[in-house]
Ligand binder design. Structure first.
Ligand code: NAD
Length: 476
């Protein structure tokens, strides 16, 4: 746990913000306007459950409306509080600016342990929370568009979308009031995997940056790198799965609420995920060795540490013992401002949350655009693209007929080349492009400015610069 003099999550975000603005030349008024949270709405509501009324507390915070709608997930967890929601809303502002998703920053949360309720009860609670937010325009396709976060997923988003439609029956864009919906309810393919997929694309791009990799003391590609992941939920599971199945990484440690599993030869991510789904935790799992004190595994020898659970897990009390030369913040705020300095001194490179987990909001942006355009990506072009490719293949085959077998195409090439891009391919392509471009904008500041020695400060400089530009354009 964190030490007593550890700043709160929101203070941590402000400290990191201040470190960056100290290197910028912003008028003090504008600097404050960008930093402060515009509004936080607290709602307390009752739901009749198990024969009695239970009262719940929820929040929706809007950090910056320099662009609208504002965007940010809704978290269901017992630890949700105003400070946390405001910190997460601020991170959303910077994240959207960094990856050029045209949104302001927002975040919501409900103090609840979703595991204590059955599906029907959760639906009643979610719909009631959504009702409170919708009637105040805190969920609205043009003003405020939530998404999943810890403890919520596509099921909750479908309930929210349906609740909005019941209350706004003539809003033709109603389904765009929330993202992360199931594909049969207005969602987009690739959204569920998006944040984990974005972590994979971020790491791939990092390993293309030779100067960046050199700062970690590592070399080569992702192939063979050892990985420890904390939290095998939506983000952690997808990141660990893709890195091990597609990039040759070895997942040597998985940390969950009830301890950790380790195996120097690499754990089977799918098997562990299935075990957790059936047993609620990693205890008793036949994969690897079970370690009761999960937090100790954060300090294990590995190449890449992926905290993908909650904030503040790497703090002043354990930062000095972290051995990984590279940390990618898949969760929001897993490294406190104090720990950040300790790690920097040790030479550890941190790929910051506002970039690392931006895959979720990026694909949410695609989903919102899809909902507003009322058409699936690729629907108009796919077959036309295939027909044009077929023309080229037919022509090459006609020519190769005269040139002999040595010039014939392999069947694998032919089928891959002929296939027109469907929605999933387009989403992944757009996500990959976004993650590469955003990395490059950050890395150029990191490598080129003598007064910037970490990626987080570089990321803040890029994003604050963009938010400042939009305020200036508004004449503020
Ligand atoms: P999730 O609820 O799907 O998964 C969280 C996982 O962490 C669960 O498996 C849970 O058991 C585990 N966990 C909880 N407390 C833990 C502890 N003390 N130690 C170890 N494991 C613990 O949540 P998620 O959607 O994967 O979100 C995880 C993080 O990623 C959060 O910080 C969230 O804000 C961030 N994030 C999520 C998205 C998204 O699209 N879902 C997007 C951006 C950022």
């Amino acid at each position: 746990m964190s030490t007593p003099n550890e700043p709160s999550f929101r203070e941590s975000v402000d400290i990191m913000f201040n470190r960056a603005v100290a290197l910028m030349d912003l008028p003090p008024g504008l600097e404050e306007k960008i930093r402060v949270c515009n509004a936080t709405y607290t709602v307390r509501f009752g739901v009749r459950l198990r024969g009695q009324i239970q009262t719940f507390t929820g929040y929706r915070s809007v950090h910056s409306e320099h662009m609208e709608p504002v965007k940010g997930g809704i978290r269901f967890a017992l630890g949700v509080n105003q400070d946390e929601v405001e910190a997460l809303a601020a991170l959303m502002t910077y994240k959207c600016a960094l990856v050029e998703a045209p949104f302001g920053g927002s975040k919501g949360g409900l103090c609840i342990d979703p595991r204590e309720y059955d599906d029907h009860e959760l639906e009643l609670i979610t719909r009631r929370f959504a009702y409170e937010l919708i009637k105040r325009d805190m969920i609205n396709p043009a003003q405020n568009v939530p998404a999943p976060d810890m403890g919520t997923g596509e099921r909750e988003m479908a309930w929210i979308a349906d609740q909005y439609k019941r209350m706004n029956t003539t809003d033709i864009n109603g389904v765009a009031c929330v993202t992360g919906k199931p594909t049969n309810a207005g969602g987009i393919q690739g959204r569920t995997e998006a944040t984990g997929r974005g972590v994979q694309y971020a790491l791939r791009e990092f390993f293309r940056d030779e100067d960046g990799v050199a700062k970690t003391g590592m070399s080569g590609t992702l192939d063979g790198k050892s990985v420890v992941v904390q939290g095998l939920g939506n983000v952690g599971y997808h990141a660990a799965k893709f890195l091990s199945e597609e990039d040759g990484c070895k997942v040597v440690g998985i940390i969950e609420r009830d301890g950790a599993l380790t195996d120097p030869k690499g754990l089977d991510v799918e098997a562990v995920r299935n075990w957790i789904a059936g047993h609620g935790g990693v205890s008793g799992c036949p994969e690897g060795t079970h370690i009761e004190n999960g937090a100790a595994v954060l300090e294990m020898e590995c190449d890449i540490l992926i905290p993908a659970a909650l904030e503040g897990v790497i703090n002043q009390s354990n930062a000095a013992r972290i051995k990984a030369p590279l940390i990618i913040e898949a969760a929001n705020g897993p490294v406190t401002a104090g720990a950040d300095l300790i790690l920097k001194e040790k030479g550890c490179v941190i790929i910051p949350d506002m970039y690392a987990n931006a895959g979720g909001v990026t694909v949410s942006y695609f989903e919102w655009v899809k909902n507003l355009s009322h058409i699936r990506f690729g629907r108009m072009q796919r077959r036309q693209e295939e027909a044009r490719h077929q023309l080229v293949v037919d022509e090459l085959e006609r020519l190769s007929h005269h040139l002999g077998d040595a010039w014939s195409m392999t069947p694998d090439f032919k089928s891959k080349y002929l296939r027109g891009a469907g929605e999933l391919e387009l989403v992944r392509s757009g996500l990959d492009d976004t993650m590469r471009t955003a990395y490059q904008s950050m890395a150029s500041v990191w490598h080129e400015r003598g007064d910037v020695d970490d990626l987080r400060t570089a990321a803040y400089l890029v994003s604050i610069g963009k938010v400042a530009d939009s305020y200036r354009a508004k004449g503020l």
